[in-house]
Design a protein around this ligand. Structure first.
Ligand SMILES: [Zn+2]
Length: 473
């Protein structure tokens, strides 16, 4: 049997991967320079469609001469950049001259692709969800108080697209139904009324989703989720469906080992192009044993970055057993290109139904809050020369430091820093929302050390702690 286009795209992906951007965080200017480079290609039509609140340009990129209009918009939430990167790869595919030429010219004749990459450039520039006005523009589809929302509405009104792809990123911590897997890709064919009726437009959106799901299940089985379709009268997806466009929400979640979401970007690339091809040939209305309704709903907060199972902890002299779920929050630092991790205990108790991207079963060992190293380190030189192996192995997760070395809210050492005047002598209990700095004891020996949510690795090169924190109690 002939290999399906979707799988051929995955095989050939490296050819189209825009390799200048390989991280979630990048500068909006980088996207603009790619858009500028398209102006030399006659098949593309570039248009400035307006300005963001802070007067950054927002662009529309058009390709194709067909009757079927397919519109895509990404990053209306500034910190959701996976699909924007996939769009760069889709453009590279459209530009290329290779063994996909037949499909390419077919798409060019049958479809018109309308892209708005980065609808919220102000948010994107800070890697923040909301627009510069502090508004979630996905709740501004009716009131239209943000210039970004007005631009999206105007473009929708102008083109009346047949299909709309509403491209987002979602929490890493959802599972796909009760499966032990994260919801790596999630879908929704939004409702257009409270009754959640299904008209032809919505039915077509559902059919495309089941078409893509069918393909995805062959490579990431159990990792696909679906949002519940409660009508949201303020959201764009729901309204665009209502205005007559078959609207498909695609959300990139988490995938193990894919911190920068490069794999999910690749899947976005292939599933978008496979959808365009299926739309061009009316090939998506196939009957399948995996219909839209069979996709399990996302279940919130079922995943943690690190899950410590079967720990025994002691509070007020009493011992009990808990699982400890730890999340590593990425905190923006300086500009959108830099961040550090701040980890917290997200949940504790019976987490038997939960999962961790990383798991550590400590099997009844005692887990205690890490201690502060009692000798103050005064200078950078003392820090450089410090024997962290020894410090960590003795159950210390923080070192007391002097002002001079506290230059930022985190440190690049495998321990936390505590300001010398701010050392809290009271016992730090392990508690929800509390710091994720622990030692795991086997009898009298420190078996594992966890610093800022990372399990310290003594066996290999480097400690595996991305950064320590600076505590100023
Ligand atoms: Zn979003």
């Amino acid at each position: 049997m002939k290999k399906e286009f979707f799988f051929k795209l995955l095989d050939a992906y490296q050819r189209y991967h825009h390799s200048a951007i390989t991280t979630k965080r990048f500068k909006y200017e980088q996207i603009i320079s790619v858009i500028n480079s398209l102006t030399t290609n006659q098949r593309f039509c570039i248009e400035k469609v307006g300005y963001s609140f802070e007067e950054r340009n927002i662009f529309l990129v058009q390709w194709g001469q067909g009757d079927v209009k397919i519109m895509l918009w990404s990053q209306m939430h500034g910190d959701e950049s996976t699909a924007t990167r996939a769009i760069l790869d889709v453009w590279n595919f459209l530009i290329a001259d290779d063994d996909f030429n037949e499909i390419r010219s077919d798409l060019f004749k049958k479809t018109t692709l309308i892209f708005i990459p980065v609808l919220n450039p102000d948010g994107a520039s800070l890697f923040k969800r909301r627009t510069a006005q502090g508004i979630d523009m996905n709740r501004d589809a009716v009131r239209l108080q943000t210039p970004e929302a007005r631009i999206l509405k105007e473009v929708i009104d102008r083109f009346s697209p047949d299909f709309g792809f509403n491209l987002h990123d979602q929490s890493l911590y959802y599972s796909a139904g009760e499966s032990p897997f994260p919801a790596s890709i999630s879908f929704l064919a939004p409702a257009y009324n409270y009754a959640r009726e299904i008209n032809t437009q919505r039915e077509n959106a559902m059919a495309i989703i089941s078409y893509i799901n069918n393909l995805l299940q062959k490579i990431i089985p159990g990792h696909v989720g679906r949002y519940d379709d409660t009508f949201n009268p303020r959201a764009f997806g729901d309204n665009i469906q209502k205005w007559g466009t078959s609207t498909i929400l695609i959300e990139s979640g988490g995938y193990p080992g894919d911190g920068e979401k490069e794999y999910l970007r690749k899947l976005n690339f292939a599933l978008l192009l496979a959808s365009f091809d299926a739309i061009a040939h009316d090939a998506y209305r196939i009957s399948t044993n995996r219909p839209y309704d069979s996709i399990p709903f996302n279940v919130k907060d079922r995943f943690f970055d690190l899950l410590i199972r079967n720990a025994v902890i002691k509070i007020a002299g009493k011992e009990f057993k808990v699982d400890i779920g730890i999340n590593r929050e990425e905190v923006n630092y300086h500009d959108c290109n830099d961040f550090y991790y701040r980890s917290i205990v997200q949940d504790m108790g019976d987490l038997a139904l939960h999962h961790g991207y990383e798991e550590l079963d400590v099997n009844g060992m005692k887990v205690k809050a890490g201690k502060s190293y009692p000798y103050r380190l005064e200078t950078q030189e003392e820090l450089r020369n410090a024997d962290f192996n020894n410090i960590l192995k003795n159950g210390y997760t923080s070192v007391v430091v002097d002002d001079a070395v506290l230059t930022k809210p985190f440190c690049d050492f495998p321990v936390n820093f505590v300001h010398h005047r701010k050392v809290k002598t009271a016992d730090l209990n392990i508690k929800p929302e509390g710091p994720a700095d622990f030692i795991v004891m086997e009898e009298l020996e420190v078996k594992h050390t966890i610093v800022n949510g990372f399990v310290v690795n003594f066996s290999k090169e480097g400690y595996g702690v991305k950064n320590g924190l600076v505590y100023r109690y």
